[in-house]
Design a protein around this ligand. Sequence first.
Ligand code: FES
Length: 329
Amino acid sequence: MSSGSPSAAMLTVFSERRSDLVITAREARAEGVISLTLADPHGAQLPAWTPGAHIDLLLDGIVRQYSLCGAPGDQNTWRIAILLAPDGRGGSRKVHQTLKAGSPIAVRGPRNHFPLHAAPRYIFIAGGIGITPILAMIAEAEAAGASWNLLYGGRQRASMAFLDELERYGQDRVTVTPQDEQGQLNLADCLGTSRPGTLVYCCGPEGLLTAVEEACALWPTGTLHIERFAPKAVEVAGEDTGAFELVLQRSGLTLQVPPDQSVFDVVSEAGVSVLGSCFEGVCGTCEQAVIDGDVDHRDSILSDEEREANEYMMICVSRCRSARLTLDL
Ligand code: FES
């Protein structure tokens, strides 16, 4: 989900244990958007997190990821916001229909593969519900004394969450662009000229991400960091990479991965415990360290530099071009 981030240990997992929490508040944030505040039912501290982190909501067989959008570092409560997607796969419908203040909720994480790197200046770009990770990033940038600007676009003003919280930063730093009033975000103005020392963070729908990627094409490598909601169209060289041998070094197992099975499935069937969530190469839950093998990366998370480093892979979608893949598993 990040583009151009450092190659070493790109995914920060703060906690993979399941936490049984309670919803302490449910608030309407915009048309079709609610926020939920979560806390430990006994008042215990929650695992630490940093801006860009998300948690898994475990919803009776459905697992969905939501970015933490409360005050960075708050370990008493977590806040998430959920956009109702009536034609989606059912996760947001379930949240909107069933979760109220007082409801128990099981979560996993937090996990961060969209971390905010230190910089003197940031450009934040958010489309729709993509404002959620950016909210916490803005708070962090503000606390660090960094200079920043936000471009925030949405279909219409009424559907854009957290406008009230952003108001206090002033119009010189926050540009709100409802599409029905002003059209698309003016990316050319803010990204037209490359500015050394500036990092760009963007979260939103695919069309916005693609436009921002194009606009940043001439900026220095490592400038742009993006988070996707859905898998990127992955260019796969050839059709399938065929079968390959899979060595799980720590488990002492050698397995075969046939062309029609994922590494994740083969590992799970062998009885080795691995976590997964989206199974589309978007969430980062299944990331594993690579010891050896030419990985055919098919996820929507790793940057080109991270792929080249060949240190990690998402085993739900990625495969291997060489005859053998060895994982630190
Ligand atoms: Fe989400 Fe693999 S399960 S990236």
